[in-house]
Each structure stands twice: as C-alpha cells, then as structure tokens.
Write a protein that binds this ligand. Structure first.
Ligand code: U5P
Length: 379
C-alpha cells in the first residue's frame, strides 16, 4: 500500500504515534510518505520506503495569518497524485482531517481513502470552542474512518461533537525495542551517579510538555508529601510553559536539592529506567503515552482519573489511580508502594505482563493495517 501521513512533527504523543506507525508500516513493506511542516522528531534514521515531504508556509504580506492549512492541503493533494497514494492518515481532526478532505477534493485521485485519528486536545480542548465544533464534525464525518486513542476520548467526542459517523477506539502502543527493562539496574546506577542521587534513594519521575493541563504542581506536592516518609528524588524530563511556576514551587518548598530538571531529551528511556514510579496527575489526558512508555521500562504509575489514564492503569493491580487534585492520596499510595519491596515487585511484574498484552505494538499496528485494507477493499 502507499500511505500518506500528516501529523504535528513536534514532541508529543500524537506525533510520536504517527511516526512509529509510519515506521512500522514501512517495515511491513508499505510505502510511507510523511507530509508535514518538518521531519517528525522520532524519525531519526533513513528508511528505504519512507519519504518525507515538507510544507513551506510562506509569510506573504498580503496575508494577516500564514495559510498553513491551505498550503498543507495543496501539498497533500500533490503527493496523492504524484505517488498515487491509496490512503492518507491524518492525525488530529483540525486542521489535519480537514486538510486531508480538502486535499482529496483538489487531487485527481478521488478514491484515496482518509483515516483520521483523534489524539486528545483536538477534542478535549478545541471541542469546547463552539467556533470550531462544525469544523471538527466536518473532519470526522468526511473521513472514511475515524479512530480515537481511548474509549474515554471516543465517548467525549460523541458527547461534544455529536458526529454522524462511528468512531473506533484504537489504543496507542509502544515500540518494545525502544522502551524495555533491559539493563535497567545498570542504567539506573549510572544516571544516579550523574544526577548525584544516592544509590538507595527512590526516584519518582514525570515527563511531558509542561502545559497547565498536566498539573505538574500536583506532582511536586505529591513528591513533597512522599518525601516526608520515603527517601526519594523527583526527576522532570521535558520542557514547557509551566516550568517557571514549577521551579518557583520547588524552591518555595525548599526541595531544590532533591528535584532534578533534565530538560527536553531525545532518549527518554534511560530516565524511565532510572525511575521507580511515574506520575501523571493531569486534569485532562486522552491516553498518556509517556506513562505507557515508562511502564514498559518498569516504572510503576500513579495517575489521575482524567480521560484515558484509568484505561491504561488497572487500579491497585498495575499501578494506582487517584481523583484529579488528590495529591495526598497519590503520596499515600506511593508510600505504601515504595516501602514494601514485595508489593512493588509483584505490581511491577503484573504491570509489565498487562501492558505487553494490551498495548502490544504488533497487534495495534495490524489493527491500523486492517483499517487501511478495509478502505482499499471499499468496505
Ligand atoms: N518526549 C520526549 N522527550 C521529552 C519529553 C517527551 O521524547 O523530553 C516524548 C515522550 O517519550 C512521549 C511523548 O512519547 O513525547 C509525550 O506523549 P504524551 O505523554 O504527551 O502523550
């Protein structure tokens, strides 16, 4: 098959899934064309059957706003025709699904299939903006197949957008060759030395784009409460708009010596291996890809009840789930977990077995491949 993919190329769950999916499709022998504003950040190597096409948005003075959507649509239509694409997979309802629909109308090849995947903020944030609801609904209803990354996001989309067409839930997945428990102890010790964390201290971790919605201040508070009982350190990986206020909270609590800011990293896996527990206490979260990656690397999660997080964590079996904002309960669970080695090992073992079964890359990539095949067969 010849597949076109459009996503936001920056750090974030949707771009990562779009890229990994493209890589896996190429490995299965399909021809993959990424059409985006820059090369997706996880696409580190050259692959034989992956092509990247960049859209240049020119900032003409006649426009008040650079016409990203129109330029992208035009580029997608050009690639559909030039390479005779069978399917285009658009990640995000707006603008990408709408761009894909426009591109099909512009192109000569009208039978190109359109798959759209909803990743979260396109619904959880933009879906509340009445000026965008019609465009999101249009994007979903005019795609041939729409998927969403969790049942919670699917339900929220039905509620907010009320599309005519069906939305299928296809979970996110993790590439186990990249995120695994291999050399966990060795990597943990090396990184502890580098960060000056004592050998026997426990490590809590969080990684994200540090937007308000991630509630990183609750993570600091959870850590602060936990550290009253457990010798532990907190590591933040990533960067974003909330960083300044997080740093001031850390200094006002007087815990600078035990909170580490690693900044944005291209290899997050060694930080996951450093960690005993991963925290994701967001106010809204469609899935929580970073948390799943951390779980694949052996870190036990404590998450909030927001969105799809509780579809990934089985409460008290493979981690813990607390109400949004309940950092005291999060700390209580961490204290229980980190002070009992037997409990920790049992939970970690169950967690690894569970995620490998339910978020297995091969089966989820096959699910997407079957969707493409269904479109080609005209079903
Ligand atoms: N990520 C990085 N480096 C960073 C921060 C995040 O690669 O410094 C990646 C995570 O590994 C994950 C994605 O794949 O960004 C965030 O996904 P989500 O948790 O926002 O869904």
């Amino acid at each position: 098959m010849k597949i076109g993919i459009t996503c936001y190329p920056s750090v974030g769950g949707s771009g990562v899934i779009a890229t990994e999916l493209g890589i896996q499709m190429a490995r299965r022998g399909h021809e993959v064309h990424f059409i985006s504003s820059s090369v997706p950040f996880r696409l580190e190597h050259n692959y034989d059957n992956i092509y990247t096409h960049r859209t240049e948005v020119n900032d003409y003075s006649v426009f008040k706003y650079p016409p990203y959507d129109i330029t992208l649509s035009s580029k997608i239509s050009e690639i559909i025709d030039r390479y005779e694409l069978d399917v285009i997979h658009m990640h995000y309802a707006i603008p990408h699904a709408v761009c894909g629909i426009l591109a099909r109308q512009m192109s000569k090849k009208k039978d190109v299939g359109i798959v759209t995947t909803l990743h979260g903020t396109d619904i959880t944030v933009l879906g509340h903006d009445m000026s965008l609801v019609s465009a999101i609904k249009f994007g979903i209803d005019n795609s041939d197949i729409t998927t969403s990354v969790s049942s919670s996001l699917t339900e929220e989309t039905y509620g907010l957008i009320q599309p005519e067409s069906e939305i299928e839930t296809v979970y996110n997945f993790v590439d186990e060759s990249r995120f695994n428990t291999g050399k966990r102890d060795e990597i943990k010790q090396k990184l502890k030395e580098k960060l000056n964390i004592p050998k026997n201290s426990k490590v809590l971790m969080h990684t994200s784009n540090f937007r308000k919605i991630k509630n990183a201040d609750d993570i600091v508070r959870t850590f602060y409460e936990t550290s009253k009982e457990i010798d532990c350190h907190l590591v933040f990986v990533g960067d974003g708009p909330d960083m300044y206020s997080i740093r001031s909270l850390v200094s006002s609590l007087g815990i600078e010596d035990r909170v580490h800011f690693a900044g944005q990293q291209s290899d997050v896996s060694s930080y996951y291996k450093l960690s005993d527990a991963f925290l994701l206490l967001s106010a809204k979260e469609s899935f929580g890809l970073a948390m799943l990656e951390a779980m694949y690397c052996g870190a036990v999660p404590v998450g909030s009840t927001a969105g799809g997080i509780s579809e990934v964590i089985k409460h008290k079996e493979t981690g813990y789930v607390v109400e949004v904002g309940d950092y005291k309960q999060a700390a209580a669970y961490l204290i229980e977990l980190l002070s009992d080695d037997t409990l920790y090992e049992e939970m970690q073992d169950k967690m690894l077995k569970d995620v490998k079964k339910r978020f297995n890359m091969d089966s989820i990539v096959t699910e997407y491949e079957n969707l493409y095949t269904r479109l080609l067969a005209g079903a």
